[in-house]
Design a protein around this ligand. Structure first.
Ligand SMILES: Nc1ncnc2c1ncn2[C@@H]1O[C@H](COP(=O)(O)OP(=O)(O)O)[C@@H](O)[C@H]1O
Ligand SMILES: [Mg+2]
Length: 366
């Protein structure tokens, strides 16, 4: 996977322009609030997923413009391809000149991973961020997973409405049973996908974390489900357990006014040396844990797609000691990388890369 050209017009604070990245490491240098992260965000949108800053699409349009237009030439699947994204009322996309029904259709075509300081919320934040991380990573591996997620959300909203209405009549009970069965069917696809993903990702992340900490620290990752499933169970077995759990909890759910059990309530815990990274991890350890997860995500993408994903690393070097910085630079040296920084000194070891300077939204090579 390689970006050969990116043009931007009306995107955040970026002045209309284009870049022609090199195949190796592209270091994006500039002072604070100049547009470095905005440039990474523009590239990221071509993965078909939402902005990693979880901004509304309308926030991406430059304050003084009506629309944003991004276009990208990239090498993927053994050929040159071209995609365009237009953000107006909604985000639209074309791929190789063909209009797509939605920008989500780019998922699985252009693949990458992104690390940004906002991802530290993966450790520090609530379960919703962690669930989003697994789901977004799995969407790039299996784009059809997007549909499973939206189907689950749709059924869940209907079941929740019924719980909220607290209708104890016979017709409502029949309806609830119907939603329970449907939710169990849709939910088991999510449970199974997440289990499979973590089964593959966790050992890779563990190895990377070990490298990052020079073998001094142990990393572990565990999925905690509100449904008592076992990782090796089939989707059908998971559905049966989920349905049973929904039945048991009906009374509780009516009291709460929403569905209290299911993949929408699950979490993932990260441990360093057996202790919760959230409660006990240092800044550097938390940062390393997120990086290990992100680099593992890239390794799995490469394994499944056969291509090296691009890596977008926003302000990755701060709070990491010299040996951790070196490990990362060594780990990513064969990928196309976009790495932002205020101070390019820690990146001196990188050979043959290109520097892009960003000042007041103007991107240049000098
Ligand atoms: N929609 C927008 N239109 C114009 N400017 C924007 C928009 N969104 C953000 N900005 C500006 O972009 C700047 C931040 O850019 P960012 O890429 O985060 O900086 P950094 O170089 O520190 O990574 C801020 O000055 C902010 O006001
Ligand atoms: Mg930034």
């Amino acid at each position: 996977m390689q970006v050969t050209r990116l043009t931007f017009d009306g995107f955040r604070n970026l002045k209309t322009g284009q870049i022609e990245p090199c195949p190796g490491v592209n270091v994006i240098v500039g002072e604070n609030a100049q547009g470095k992260t905005n440039l990474l965000e523009a590239i990221w949108l071509f993965t078909g997923t939402k902005s990693f800053r979880s901004a509304k699409d309308s926030e991406l349009i430059a304050f003084d413009k009506e629309q944003s237009k991004l276009s990208m030439q990239f090498h993927a699947g053994g050929r040159e391809q071209e995609a365009e994204i237009t953000i107006q009322n909604r985000r639209m996309a074309t791929l190789n000149g063909i209009k797509q029904s939605s920008a989500v259709k780019l998922a699985g075509i252009f693949c990458g991973i992104v690390f940004s300081p906002v991802h530290l919320s993966l450790i520090k934040g609530g379960p919703i961020e962690r669930r989003r991380l697994i789901d977004a990573a799995y969407c790039q591996l299996r784009p059809s997973y997007v549909k499973s997620l939206s189907e689950y959300a749709r059924i869940l909203a209907q079941r929740n409405a019924l719980c909220k209405a607290r209708d104890t009549g016979e017709a409502a009970a029949e309806m609830l049973d119907l939603w329970d069965r449907q939710l169990a069917q849709a939910g088991c696809r999510i449970l199974h996908a997440r289990q499979r993903y973590l089964q593959h990702m966790a050992p890779v992340a563990r190895g990377i974390y070990q490298g990052l900490s020079s073998g001094k620290e142990e990393f572990d990752l565990r999925y905690t489900s509100t449904v008592p499933i076992l990782p090796e169970e089939t989707p059908a077995e998971m559905a049966a357990k989920f349905y049973e759990e929904l039945r048991i909890r009906r009374r509780d759910d009516f009291a709460a006014g929403f569905t209290t059990v299911g993949p929408h309530r699950d979490d993932m815990d990260v441990y360093i040396n057996g202790c919760s990274a959230k409660s006990f991890g240092s800044q550097g350890q938390q940062r390393s844990a997120v990086l290990a997860i992100k680099l593992a995500e890239a390794a799995l993408l490469e394994k499944v797609t056969g291509e090296k994903p691009i890596a977008l690393l926003d302000d990755v070097m701060s709070e990491l000691d010299h040996s951790r910085q070196e490990y990362i630079l060594n780990h990513i040296k064969d990928w196309q990388v976009f790495i932002t920084c205020c101070d390019p000194n820690p990146l001196k070891a990188l050979q043959g890369g290109q520097k892009l300077y960003v000042k007041d939204g103007q991107v240049s090579t000098i």
